[in-house]
Ligand binder design. Sequence first.
Ligand SMILES: [Zn+2]
Length: 74
Amino acid sequence: MFLIFGLRTRDNVVSRRPMVCEVCGVHAVQSLVRRSTKFSLFFIPLFPVKPSTYYLECGHCGTIRRADRRALVA
Ligand SMILES: [Zn+2]
């Protein structure tokens, strides 16, 4: 008998809204992305192994930066 297990990290786009980018300064669509890592058994994700982290991705320059709590509420 053998077991196939591992960790799987996935990115999910939570929302998109027009905001001013902190890097390029252009008013463009910013995507809020949630990155979560889950333990998987036989390629089936079962439970998260660490808290999810949130990132903002600029639609103009493509910069990905960590989102703080103000971005999640606004
Ligand atoms: Zn930008």
